[in-house]
Design a protein around this ligand. Sequence first.
Ligand code: FES
Ligand code: FES
Length: 205
Amino acid sequence: MKDHTEHFSRRGFVGITAAGAAALAYGDTSAEQTNVCRLKINGKDCSVQIDPRTTLLDLLRENLQMPGTKKGCDHGQCGACTVLVNGKRVNSCLSLALMNDGMEVTTIEGLGTPGQLHPMQAAFVDNDALQCGYCTPGQICSAVAMLNEVKQGAPSVVTADLSSHAQIHLTDDEIRERMSGNICRCGAYVGIVAAIRSAAGEKTA
Ligand code: FES
Ligand code: FES
C-alpha cells in the first residue's frame, strides 16, 4: 500500500497550520462574515449589518455614530460604557452587539433631552456631580438602573437586613457600593453620591 505521508511532511503541516493561525490573527478578509443585528435603541428600531465580533459599545459609537456612551478602559473595569439593556445596566464594551439582538437599549441620549432632563441628569447638574464629564453618561445610566434594583429589593453586600420584606434604606454606603463599578478619574464622588441620594429622595446619609 502506498504511504501518503511522503506527500504530507511534518514541515509542510507546520507551514499550513502557521498560515492558518496568521490568517485568524490578522483577519483573513476573504473569510469576512457579517450578521444583521436588530435592536430598539432609545425607542427606535434599528437594523445594522455588522461583523459578529462588534461590541455593543462599538456598534453605538462607530456604526451608529452615537458618541454619548463613552469608551474608557474597553475591558469592563471603569463603567464609562454603561447602557441599559431591557432596563438592566450593562457594560457595553463587554457585550457583543449580537448577544443583544431583539433587545431594547437605552443610552444617555435616550434618557432625557437638553430641554427636559431625566431627573437623574438634573440631579447630577444640581449637585455638581461632574468635572470633565467623561464618566458621567455611564454614571447616570448606572444610577438609574441601580435605583430600580433597590426598588425591586435587590440587596448589596452592605445591606444590613437581608430579610425579603425589609425595605432597603439607600445610605451613602449603599450608594457607594452599588456604584462601585463606575470609576470617576476626576474624583467627583461626593457630588455623585449626593446627586443619587437626591434623585432617590433620600435625605439621610
Ligand atoms: S469602557 Fe467598558 S467598562 Fe470601561
Ligand atoms: S467627571 Fe471626569 S472622570 Fe468623572
